[in-house]
Design a protein around this ligand. Structure first.
Ligand code: ADP
Length: 476
C-alpha cells in the first residue's frame, strides 16, 4: 500500500514531544513490513538545515490567490524513509518553535500554516497529486493535519482513505470561523456534522468527523476519550463513531533507545550486566552537581512541565522523599510556575536535587539510563513513551494507572512486574508508590527482577505497525 504519513514534527529534525518519536519510528516499521510509506512535514528552518540532498519535485499553489509553494523530496537521515517537505518559507522558516514563538504564544497564522499542511496531504492522496505518486491511505496525526480528511472528502477526484491518529486530545487546533475562506473551505461545512466545534473551526474535530478510521495511541485512552472527563468535548462524536475508533499502543525505536549502544551514554550496559549503569549514575551525579552517592535512590523526571504530567503532585511529596535520602534529577520545560517551583526546590536541596530547564536530547538519555527510578505520575497520558524508555533502560517507572501507562507498565506485585502503578491522582498515593519503589530498590534482589523484566519486555513497533496495516487494509 502507498501510505502518506502527515506530521508536524519528526525526530531528529524537529521535536517538541512524543509525536516526533512516533513519526520517526512508525514509518520505518511500516516500511519493514513491505509498505511504500512516505512522510510529509513542513519545511521549518530546522528541517531544511538538517535534511541533505533535497530535490524540488513540484511547484504549485495550495490555496487560490496564494503564492506558489515547492514540494521537496529527501530521505530521513538514518532510516532513509522518503520524506516530502512542504517548502513555504514565509510560513515555516521562523526562529523559535514549530507552533509557538519564543514567549510561548501560538503563531497567529497557525490555521494557515497547518491548513496548508493538511491540504497538501490531501492533494498527495488524490488524483490531482502534484507528484507521480498518489497515496492509498493518508495517515494524519493530531490537529495539525486534521483538515486533510475534510479536504479528501470534499475533492471531486478519486482519493485516498484517511486515518486520524489522536496523540493528545487536549490539542485541538480551534480557530475563528473567518479562516474558512482563506482555507478554501465551504461555509456549508461549518456545521455540527462538519468542522464546527462550539462556534469555532476545529482541525481535530474535522479529522474526527471526516476520517475513515480514528486511532488513538493506547487501548485504554481510546476508552477514556469517550468519557466526559477525558474527552475534552469530543466524547459525543467519538462515542457516535465508536465502531471506527481503536487504540493501538505506540512502540519505541529500539535502536535509538538501546542502553547497549546509545551514543549519548558514558557507560553502556544490557540486561546481562547492569554494573555499568551504576558507574554512569556516579558520573551523572557529579556532572549535575549532586552528591556522588551510589546508595541514594536517584529519582528521574524527563517531561514537559504541565498539569497533565502530575508534577505538581510530586512537588508536594518531594520534601518527605528527599528527607528520606532520595535524590532527584529533573529535565523539562513548560509552565513557568512549575519551572520556578522546581528551581526553588533545587536551591533548597543543593547536592540533592538537580533541575535543568531546557530541551536536551543527550541529557534525556542519560537521565533515563542512570536514574534508579523514573517518575511519571500523569493525570492522563494518551500513551507516554518515557515509561517505555525507562523500562528498556532498567529504570523502573512509577506511573499512574491511566491511558498508555496502564497498558504498558505491569505493577511490581505481579510476577512479570516492570514498574510501580498507583491509582489515585493525589500526592499521598504517589508518595506511597514512590516509597514502595524505594523500599524495593533498597531490597536489591526484587528490584533487579523488575529491572530485567522491563528490559526484556517487547516495546518495539512491529506488532503495533502490523495493527496499523490491518486497519489500512480494512478501508482501502
Ligand atoms: P509527550 O508527548 O506528552 O510530551 P511522551 O512521554 O509521549 O510525552 O514523549 C515525550 C518525549 O519528549 C520523549 O522522547 C522525552 O524524552 C522527550 N522530552 C520531553 N521533555 C524533554 C526535554 N526537556 N529534553 C529532552 N527530551 C525531552
Amino acid at each position: 500500500m502507498k501510505i502518506l504519513f502527515a506530521t508536524s514534527e519528526i525526530h531528529p529534525l524537529i521535536k517538541t514531544g512524543g509525536l516526533a518519536d512516533v513519526s520517526a519510528a512508525l514509518p520505518v516499521a511500516l516500511q519493514a513490513l513491505g509498505q511504500d510509506v512516505r512522510v510529509l512535514i513542513p519545511g521549518y528552518s530546522q528541517v531544511l538545515d538538517k535534511l541533505e540532498n533535497k530535490r524540488k519535485v513540484a511547484t504549485f499553489s495550495v490555496f487560490p490567490g496564494q503564492p506558489g509553494v515547492n514540494l521537496l523530496s529527501a530521505k530521513m537521515p538514518d532510516s532513509g524513509v522518503p520524506v516530502y517537505v512542504l517548502d513555504a518559507p514565509q510560513y515555516y522558516c521562523r526562529v523559535a518553535g514549530p507552533y509557538q514563538y519564543e514567549l510561548g504564544g501560538d503563531w497567529p497564522d497557525n490555521a494557515m500554516r497547518f491548513g496548508m499542511l493538511s491540504k497538501v496531504a490531501a492533494l498527495l492522496g488524490s488524483a490531482d497529486s502534484p507528484v507521480a505518486w498518489q497515496a492509498d491511505v493518508v495517515h494524519c496525526n493530531d490537529w495539525q493535519s486534521g483538515l486533510a480528511p475534510a479536504y479528501l472528502q470534499m475533492t471531486q477526484s478519486v482519493h485516498a482513505k484517511s486515518v486520524m491518529t489522536i496523540h493528545n486530545i487536549v490539542f485541538q487546533g480551534n480557530f475563528d470561523r473567518d479562516w474558512l475562506g482563506p482555507l478554501d473551505l465551504p461555509q456549508s461545512c461549518f456545521d455540527m456534522h462538519g468542522v464546527e466545534f462550539h462556534g469555532h473551526l476545529s482541525f481535530l474535530k474535522a479529522g474526527l468527523h471526516y476520517a475513515d478510521r480514528i486511532v488513538t495511541v493506547s487501548p485504554t485512552y481510546a476508552r477514556e476519550i469517550q468519557s466526559t472527563e477525558l474527552g475534552h468535548g469530543m466524547q459525543g462524536l467519538l462515542t457516535s463513531r465508536n465502531g471506527d475508533v481503536s487504540g493501538i499502543l505506540n512502540g519505541i525505536d529500539e535502536n535509538e533507545w538501546n542502553p547497549a549502544t546509545d551514543p549519548h551514554l558514558t557507560s553502556r550496559y544490557d540486561s546481562s550486566d547492569l554494573a555499568p549503569k551504576l558507574a554512569g549514575k556516579l558520573a551523572l551525579q557529579k556532572h549535575l552537581g549532586l552528591e556522588a552517592n551510589a546508595e541514594a535512590p536517584l529519582l528521574g523526571v524527563v517531561s514537559r512541565l504541565t498539569y497533565q504530567k502530575g508534577l505538581d503532585l510530586l512537588l508536594e511529596c518531594l520534601p518527605k522523599l528527599l528527607d528520606g535520602g532520595a535524590q532527584l534529577v529533573v529535565l523539562g520545560s513548560g509552565e513557568v510556575d512549575l519551572q520556578r517551583r522546581y528551581q526553588q526546590l533545587a536551591s533548597r536541596y543543593p547536592g540533592r536535587v538537580s533541575v535543568t530547564v531546557r530541551f536536551d536530547e543527550a541529557l534525556s538519555h542519560q537521565v533515563m539510563a542512570y536514574s534508579d527510578i523514573f517518575l511519571m505520575p500523569s493525570r492522563f497520558e494518551p500513551c507516554g513513551l518515557n515509561q517505555m524508555y525507562g523500562m528498556r533502560y532498567g529504570t523502573p517507572p512509577v506511573v499512574r494507572r491511566t491511558g498508555g501507562l496502564a497498558d504498558s507498565v505491569t505493577d511490581a506485585s505481579q510476577p512479570d512486574g516492570t514498574g510501580f502503578v498507583f491509582d489515585e491522582p493525589s500526592s499521598a498515593a504517589l508518595y506511597r508508590a514512590v516509597s514502595a519503589a524505594i523500599d524495593c530498590y533498597r531490597g536489591k534482589k526484587a528490584f533487579q527482577r523488575i529491572q530485567i523484566n522491563g528490559m526484556r519486555r517487547d516495546v518495539g513497533w512491529s506488532s503495533s505497525a502490523q495493527k496499523y496495516i490491518n486497519l489500512y487494509q480494512t478501508i482501502s
